[in-house]
Design a protein around this ligand. Structure first.
Ligand code: FAD
Length: 360
C-alpha cells in the first residue's frame, strides 16, 4: 500500500452527479491495496485489523471519510466485514475470502432488513427474503449477511454475488449519501452453497465486538465533520469575513466540537481494540463517543450554516452536498439507547469517574 494521501477526488462524471456510484475512488482504493490492507500480513495484507494497528486504521477511515463520506461508508463496510471474517471464520474460509479481498472484491455488512421478508435460512440450507439499507447494492460482490435460522438464532454468511445482480435501488431517493447505492437485495433462491458460513450462530451479536465496532463509523463521520469545518474556513477566507468576532466564535466552537470528537473517537478505538475492560465498559466507552459525535456533528452543521449563510445551500457550493451527506450518515441505529445505555452503566456502578477508562 502506498503511503501517499488518498485525496479520493471523484471523477468529473461522479462529481457532476452526487448519486453516481464512486467507481473511480473505489478502484483507487483497490489499486493502492487498501481493500486488502486490513488482512494480516500472512494473508497478504498489512495487518490493519490487528489491535496494535488500530490508530493507523482509524486515521485511514477518517481520511477516507474526509475525502468522501459515501466512499468512507463503503470502505467502512468492507473493513467491518473483513474484521468479522478474520475473527469468526474457520481457517479455510478465512484464506478463501482473503484471496477474494486481494483480488479486489468489495465486501460489506448487510444486517438491516425490511420489517417483513427479512432474510431467513431454512432447514435444508435455502435462503429466503431480503436485506434493506444495504450499501453498495449491485457493487458489493462479497456481502456478509445475517440470516435467521429455524430455531431463531442468526447465522453470518458471506455470499458470492455478481456485480449488478439482485439489487433494487428504487427506494434510495434520499437527502444525502446518494452515491452509496444503498438498496434492497433479495437472496431468495440462493443457498448455503452460494456462500460461506462465518462462525457459529449468534456470533454476529457477540459483545463487546458488535456494539464496540461502532468506533469505525465514528472515525468516518469524524472525517465528514472535518470536511464541513474545512469548507467553513475556506468560505471565511474567500469572503474576507473571518475577522468578524461572531464568525470567529462560531468557527472556534466548531473546532472545539471537532477536536473533542477526535480525542473521543481515538480513545473509543483504543479501548475497543484492547478489549481489556469488561464488555459493558468497552461498549459504554464507544457509546459515549457515539452520543458525542451525533451531537457535535449536528452542531458543526448548524454553525457552518449560520456562518456561510444562504450561499452554503446553493448546489454549486461545496457545503451543500457535504451537509446532506453528513446529516444523513449521522443517522445510525438506536442513538437514544447508545446515550442512555452508557449513562445507566455509569450510574449503576461505583467506579470513580476518572478510572472508568484508564489511559493505557
Ligand atoms: C448511508 C447509510 C448507509 C447504510 N448502509 C447500511 C448497510 O450497508 N448495512 C446495514 O445493515 N445497514 C445500513 N444502514 C442502516 C443503518 O445501519 C441503520 O439501520 C439506520 O441508519 C438506522 O437509522 P434510523 O435513524 O432509522 O435508526 P433508528 O434506530 O430507527 O432510530 C430512529 C429514532 O428512533 C429511536 N428508536 C430506535 N429504536 C427505538 C425503539 N425500539 N423504540 C422507540 N424509539 C426507538 C432512536 O433512538 C432514534 O431516535 C445504512 C444507513 C445509512 C444512513
Amino acid at each position: 500500500m502506498s503511503s501517499t494521501p488518498l485525496h479520493l477526488v471523484p471523477s468529473p462524471v461522479e462529481a457532476a452527479s452526487d448519486d453516481a456510484f464512486p467507481h473511480v475512488a473505489i478502484n483507487r482504493l483497490r489499486r493502492e491495496g487498501r481493500l486488502s490492507a486490513p488482512l494480516p500480513v500472512a494473508l497478504g495484507g498489512e495487518g490493519l485489523s490487528e489491535p496494535e494497528q488500530v490508530g493507523a486504521l482509524r486515521r485511514l477511515l477518517t481520511e477516507t471519510g474526509r475525502d468522501s463520506l459515501p466512499v468512507g461508508r463503503l470502505f467502512e463496510g468492507h473493513v467491518n466485514a473483513l474484521a468479522l471474517v478474520l475473527r469468526y471464520a474457520d481457517p479455510g474460509t478465512r484464506e478463501a475470502l482473503a484471496r477474494d479481498a486481494r483480488d479486489g472484491h468489495l465486501f460489506g455488512v448487510w444486517n438491516t432488513e425490511p420489517k417483513e421478508n427479512g432474510l431467513t435460512l431454512d432447514a435444508v440450507g435455502r435462503l429466503h427474503g431480503a436485506k434493506s439499507f444495504a450499501s453498495g447494492a449491485g457493487f458489493v460482490t462479497r456481502p456478509l449477511v445475517t440470516a435467521r435460522m429455524p430455531d431463531g438464532r442468526s447465522l453470518m454468511l458471506v455470499m458470492r454475488l455478481k456485480a449488478g445482480e439482485r439489487a433494487d435501488l428504487g427506494e434510495w431517493r434520499v437527502h444525502g449519501m446518494r452515491a452509496t447505492a444503498t438498496g434492497t437485495v433479495d437472496f431468495s433462491g440462493l443457498s448455503l452453497s452460494d456462500g460461506a458460513v462465518i462462525g457459529a450462530p449468534d456470533d454476529y451479536s457477540r459483545q463487546p465486538f458488535f456494539f464496540a465496532g461502532a468506533w469505525r463509523f465514528l472515525a468516518v463521520q469524524l472525517g465528514g465533520m472535518e470536511a464541513v469545518v474545512e469548507i467553513f474556513r475556506t468560505h471565511m477566507r474567500d469572503t474576507g469575513r473571518g475577522g468578524d468576532p461572531h464568525q470567529q466564535a462560531r468557527f472556534g466552537r466548531s473546532l472545539i466540537a471537532l477536536e473533542s470528537c477526535r480525542l473521543l473517537v481515538a480513545r473509543a478505538a483504543e479501548v475497543a481494540a484492547a478489549e481489556a475492560l469488561a464488555p459493558e465498559r468497552v461498549v459504554a466507552c464507544v457509546n459515549l463517543a457515539r452520543a458525542a459525535i451525533d451531537q457535535a456533528g449536528l452542531d458543526v452543521l448548524t454553525l457552518a450554516q449560520r456562518s456561510v449563510g444562504l450561499a452554503g445551500f446553493l448546489d454549486d457550493h461545496p457545503l451543500e452536498a457535504q451537509m446532506r451527506d453528513l446529516a444523513t450518515y449521522l443517522r445510525q441505529p438506536a442513538p437514544d439507547f447508545a446515550l442512555t445505555g452508557m449513562a445507566a452503566h455509569v450510574l449503576d456502578g461505583d467506579t470513580p469517574l476518572h478510572e472508568l477508562w484508564p489511559e493505557a
